[in-house]
Ligand binder design. Structure first.
Ligand code: PGA
Length: 254
């Protein structure tokens, strides 16, 4: 049985004082082993301070992105070893905002995935189709292409310690979440592709849903058989809302 994971992606929001208050509220969501695993992903500059505040709790810390290179002359970039050094256990790769706004293609995302893993971080690989792609009936083709690119670089073994997130682009920040059935259909498709490579790995891999997850829809989304929690953007900036999402966290490890 897969334990649920609820991850908060703060995107480019926050300030030192706002973060302190938000983390105080989020810590109340910590139910230890009785609830879902909880991860917070603040902007890079706040990772260390937020990590200190999380100490002693069971909440985990993650980066929102990671450089594909290990070190060197890469102005503005943050390496996987740096994320590890400040206490991160996870790194999001391939978020649709990185793909669409910063030109990240499937190959770069795959290299970021591998770079995170080389340092012992758990990558959270985001995949998802645009509204146009969905309307053209290309959802399966797009998400499988995004997955296959990473399988090609990281191999089946790369998914032994990884998380995936299905985030339909049309659902991100729009208030219009995928229905539980729409999410389940894509999650099952992704898991089936992974199962072609390794059935045990596919059965163990957590696939999160992301895109307008809120307290009112989290429980029904997370209750779907192949939905193992959520990657939450806007609603993770409200401590009370995020706590309620975690409480609706769904399936527990068994
Ligand atoms: P949202 O964002 O919850 O604000 O839709 C999700 C994400 O981008 O990870």
């Amino acid at each position: 049985m897969r334990r649920s994971l609820v991850a908060g992606n703060w995107k480019m929001h926050g300030s030192r004082s706002d973060n302190t208050r938000l983390v105080e509220e989020i810590l109340r969501a910590d139910q230890g082993d009785a609830g879902p695993e909880i991860l917070v992903c603040p902007p890079f500059v706040y990772l260390w301070e937020v990590g200190r505040q999380l100490r002693g709790s069971s909440l985990a810390l993650g980066g929102q992105d990671v450089c594909a290179e290990a070190a060197g002359a890469h102005t503005g970039e943050v390496s996987a070893s740096m994320l590890k050094d400040v206490g991160c256990s996870h790194a999001i790769v391939g978020h649709s905002e990185r793909r669409a706004l910063y030109g990240e293609d499937d190959q770069l995302v795959a290299r970021k995935f591998a770079a995170a893993q080389r340092e012992g971080l758990t990558p959270i690989l985001c995949v998802g189709e645009t509204l146009e792609e969905r309307e053209e009936g290309r959802t399966a083709e797009v998400v499988l292409r995004q997955l296959d690119a990473v399988l090609g670089v990281a191999g089946t073994d790369g998914f032994m310690r990884a998380v995936m997130a299905y985030e339909p682009v049309w659902a991100i920040g729009t208030g219009k979440n995928a229905t539980p059935d729409q999410a389940q259909e894509v999650h099952a498709l992704l898991r089936a592709r992974l199962a072609e490579k390794d059935a045990t790995m596919a059965a163990c891999l957590r696939i999160l849903y992301g895109g307008s997850v809120k307290a009112v829809n989290a429980a029904e989304l997370f209750a779907m058989p192949d939905v193992d929690g959520g990657l939450v953007g806007g609603a993770s900036l409200n401590g009370e809302e995020f706590r309620r999402i975690c409480e609706g966290g769904g399936k527990q490890g068994a």
